[in-house]
Design a protein around this ligand. Structure first.
Ligand code: FE2
Length: 349
């Protein structure tokens, strides 16, 4: 371990090697139980309190044929807390078939700034439990102390990591939707690709309730062929377009084999994890999840980080930055002061 990793409480050399080899990494006990409880309580409060009366009843799916994704409620959610329904939460005539708190697929996309419990994960001053304490990752008593997102980002080599979106994904009992194989950089594209997902289980994620599955190593051979962008002139909503920019991050380890999209599906590895676990997901990695038809929910919290230094984030991306720019993961006093005003003005922090 380098001196920097040791001092920041980032990932161990063994964890880093696993991440770069597989394209994902499971870190058990990344969140202390008290933090998991606080985030679940906030989730249930948000689900109970939101109003249906002014909601456009937007549904969410990552499939191409969905008719909702283009609507303004989705496209302007980057600096708001908004609620997106499960596809199967409605009857054929369009009536909700579940209570609203059991019908939401996800909440997004600015929880990391506007919801204090979720914002605290990125804010060392608010969450000292997550600060590195110098003990080894995975030690039974103090494993979570090594997993502050800033320390993890530093260990992964980010120079100016920016959190650009956050979501609670509920994967509701009985109707939790499947997510087909995809790469997160399709949806969060930078030139060159740089996205990494931080995925926290707030409840146990199992084969039964639709945990993630990964295609290990696919981040090294699966190019980002498409981008999910705002529709071109004359059309509304969003569309998938061919990616004409770099399809891999910079590095000799990428490319080589030119396997077809979706190849080796049988080799997906299931990622069953306990509540409190963190899974890091490389932006080029193919991953998916199945439907949740069980009686158990599968609430998780995820945010994504991109490199802010030396990359381009263009205006075609569906998600555009808020007025203050994407949220710095390495906080400076200047940045805190310049963003505090807007958050305070909106009465949310
Ligand atoms: Fe994903």
């Amino acid at each position: 371990m380098s001196a920097e990793q040791a001092s920041t409480g980032g990932l161990t050399p063994s964890q880093l090697a696993d991440f770069w080899r597989d394209g994902y990494l499971v870190i058990p006990n990344a969140l202390p139980p008290t933090t998991v409880e606080a985030l679940l309580a906030e989730t249930h409060k948000l689900l109970d309190d939101f109003s249906l009366s002014d909601h456009p009843m937007t549904r969410f799916s990552t499939g191409e044929k969905s008719d909702h994704v283009g609507d303004d409620y989705f496209l302007s959610s980057g600096d708001k807390i908004r609620f997106f329904f499960e596809e199967d939460a409605f009857s054929p005539t369009g009536e909700l078939t579940k209570p609203k708190s059991r019908a939401i697929n996800k909440i997004g996309h600015y929880l990391h700034a506007l919801s204090p419990p979720f914002a605290s994960l990125l804010d060392p001053a608010r969450n000292p439990d997550l600060l590195g304490a110098g003990t080894s990752v995975g030690s039974a008593a103090a494993g979570h102390k090594e997993s502050h997102p800033a320390a993890v980002a530093r260990a992964l080599g980010f120079k100016d990591p920016r959190c650009l979106q956050s979501m609670v994904i509920c994967k509701q009992p009985e109707i939790g939707g499947a997510v087909p194989p995809h790469q997160d950089s399709t949806f969060l594209y930078t030139d060159p690709p740089s996205a990494v997902g931080f995925w926290y289980a707030l409840e146990d994620a199992t084969a039964e309730n639709g945990c993630l599955s990964f295609l290990p190593g696919s981040h090294r051979w699966a190019p980002v062929r498409q981008r999910f962008v705002r529709a071109a002139d004359g059309k509304s909503g969003t569309e998938f377009i061919d990616n004409t920019g770099p399809r891999f991050p910079v590095g000799d380890e990428y490319g080589g084999n030119n396997l077809e999209w979706g190849a080796k599906q049988a080799d997906y590895v299931m990622g069953e994890v306990k509540a409190g676990s963190l899974i890091l997901i490389h932006g080029n990695l193919l991953h998916k999840s199945e439907r949740n038809t069980s009686q158990k929910g599968r609430i998780i919290y995820t945010f994504h980080v991109i490199e802010g230094e030396g990359t381009t984030y263009d205006e075609r991306n569906w998600l555009q930055p808020p007025a203050e720019g994407f949220t710095k993961v390495y906080r400076t006093e200047d940045w805190i002061q310049s963003t505090k005003k807007r958050w305070t003005t909106e009465g949310l922090r």
